[in-house]
Design a protein around this ligand. Structure first.
Ligand SMILES: *[C@@H]1O[C@H](CO)[C@@H](O)[C@H](O)[C@H]1NC(C)=O
Ligand SMILES: *[C@@H]1O[C@H](CO)[C@@H](O)[C@H](O)[C@H]1NC(C)=O
Ligand SMILES: *[C@@H]1O[C@H](CO)[C@@H](O)[C@H](O)[C@H]1NC(C)=O
Length: 501
């Protein structure tokens, strides 16, 4: 049989050590040089078939029994009409789930590998983004390890002289863990900001510094002691000659709370300062008649400078509401703002609008929403207004414009400070016909700045749109005399006619 001789030939050739001895006979023992396979499958090869493979159009499906396992393999294993697509039977092994402590040590080890891996060369930005990516997934998988990770990285790279205090759970650890977990650190959020133009050319600052000299003997001024605060407030009615008339109203541009490190602060301390020390109640008692319109500063929250956008979602969206609710209730308690404004303040991070009976609208802002030190601003950097703070402002400005009203804007961190320029285009659209004046704090100094139309492309009296007044501070930090400013205001246009510092 041909089949048999085929098998014999194969066997013969594989037995190499016999090949030489019998080589002389190979030629004569070979069959013909061609073989024609039969058209039909040789069904005699197997005993049983699932099909009848008599034509070449169908794959033979022999029934095969495994001599070892004794399994008879089913037709479905090879049936072209029902070949299983998803193998859910066999194991597909994965590594074991890492414990939280292993995740932490591995995350640190990976960042250190990234930090020394020569593949990044001098590209520190890419290196840093790769490391942030490690932090992001640790923060998501094991959030409780986030602060320890931040401290370890800070220590290793010597970011701070006291990393456990700075980035531990009791410091900014919870904030940076939230931010890294939520930010697109592999995208724009992880890239460095351009270095801050301290006085942005876009705004074309005209800063008139009338920085007071510190009183002799004061070398390093600290925050205002209680007695200084009281003296300053007592001096205001006397120096301004308003003992008998009081003020129509007062604007307070924020930062009630002392400039202490986070680890010396607490929610209770923030609320205490709001109620008791400088605060609101002293204003009420010592400044005479007229409401006080107050904005929050970067020192009026805990952790300081931190405010989370509602777009963070879930329980974290409202993690600072305790503060907004508290100040809104205090302002209401002092009868400075209406129920309507209180509701706005609760909903908009303590920002609100009041329409005064004299027609002026006062809009306050929480400027932490564009302040660099607020880590939450590093989430979704491609979106200019994750908090909706600017939207709140433009909605209010639009309503004022529709009503033909003038507006004063009160905030803390000035537009343009440390490169953040969030309000610029809004001012262009609504100045000068709607916005009569803007008030900021933050620098502690006696300053003002002027905004010009069209991105300040042509700086002249004709294109000047609005003045923002930056108020001096009661606190002598940093080597300043305590100060305040009184404004004389045109009662029909609400333009500032004169100012006295
Ligand atoms: C295979 O599994 C995937 C994922 O479970 C499923 O989406 C898909 O429908 C399955 N395909 C088949 C052919 O069962
Ligand atoms: C960031 O953007 C994503 C996608 O648009 C969104 O779901 C998320 O709420 C945003 N987070 C914040 C804090 O804005
Ligand atoms: C304003 O000018 C600056 C500097 O020339 C430029 O970078 C920026 O894009 C301009 N902004 C607008 C809104 O025109």
């Amino acid at each position: 049989m041909r089949a048999t001789s085929m098998v014999a030939l194969k066997l013969y050739l594989s037995l190499g050590y016999l090949a030489f001895a019998t080589a002389r006979n190979v030629q004569s023992e070979l069959g013909p040089s061609a073989f024609t396979a039969p058209y039909a499958f040789p069904t005699s090869a197997y005993k049983h078939y699932y099909n009848s493979p008599t034509a070449a159009s169908e794959q033979p499906q022999p029934i095969i029994s495994d001599p070892v396992s004794h399994v008879t393999y089913p037709l479905a294993l090879t049936d072209p009409n029902s070949i299983p697509r998803n193998n859910t039977k066999d194991p597909h092994p994965l590594p074991p789930k890492a414990s939280e402590s292993l995740l932490l040590t591995q995350a640190i080890a990976q960042v250190l590998s990234i930090s020394t891996n020569p593949v990044f060369g001098t590209d520190t930005c890419t290196r840093c983004q790769a490391a942030l990516e490690v932090g992001k997934f640790l923060a998501m998988a094991a959030p409780e390890q986030g602060p320890a990770f931040a401290v370890a990285i800070c220590d290793h790279f010597n970011f701070n002289s006291d990393c456990p205090t700075m980035f531990g759970l009791l410091g900014l650890g919870s904030v940076v863990t939230q931010v890294v977990a939520n930010a697109d650190v592999g995208g724009l959020d992880g890239q460095p900001l351009p270095s801050p133009p301290r006085f942005s050319s876009q705004l074309n600052w005209l800063v008139c510094k009338a920085k007071a000299q510190p009183a002799s003997g004061i070398e390093e001024a600290n925050d205002a002691p209680y007695s200084l605060i009281l003296s300053a407030l007592q001096a205001i009615p006397v120096l301004t000659g308003t003992q008998h008339t009081g003020f129509d109203f007062t604007v307070y541009t924020g930062d009630l709370v002392s400039h202490d490190p986070d680890n010396q602060l607490s929610r209770d301390y923030i609320m205490y300062a709001e109620v008791k020390t400088v605060l609101y109640d002293l204003f009420k008692r010592l400044l005479g008649s007229g409401p006080v319109y107050a904005a929050l500063g970067n020192h009026d929250s805990y952790n300081q400078a931190q405010d989370a956008p509602h777009s963070l979602g879930g329980a974290l969206a409202d993690q600072f509401s305790w503060n907004y609710d508290h100040v809104a209730a205090l302002w209401q308690h002092e009868q400075w703002i209406s129920e309507e404004a209180v509701q706005l303040a609760r909903a908009h991070y303590a920002a609100y609008m009041v329409k005064r009976t004299d027609g002026l609208r006062v809009i306050t802002l929480n400027t932490d929403m564009w302040y660099r030190a607020n880590y939450f601003n590093y989430i979704n950097m491609s979106h200019p207004d994750t908090s909706g703070m600017l939207r709140f402002l433009t909605d209010e400005l639009q309503e004022a414009e529709d009503a033909g009203d003038r507006v004063w804007i009160v905030g803390h961190v000035l537009s343009g400070w440390d490169g953040t320029n969030a309000m610029f285009t809004k001012l262009d659209r609504f100045s000068p016909h709607v916005i009569a004046a803007i008030f900021w704090g933050h620098t502690h100094e006696d300053q003002l700045s002027i905004f010009y139309a069209n991105n300040a492309t042509d700086i002249s009296a004709k294109t000047a749109q609005v003045v923002s007044w930056i108020g001096p501070s009661v606190t002598p930090l940093t080597n300043l005399n305590s100060g305040f400013r009184m404004y004389e205001v045109d009662s029909s246009t609400f333009e500032i006619v004169d100012a006295h510092t």
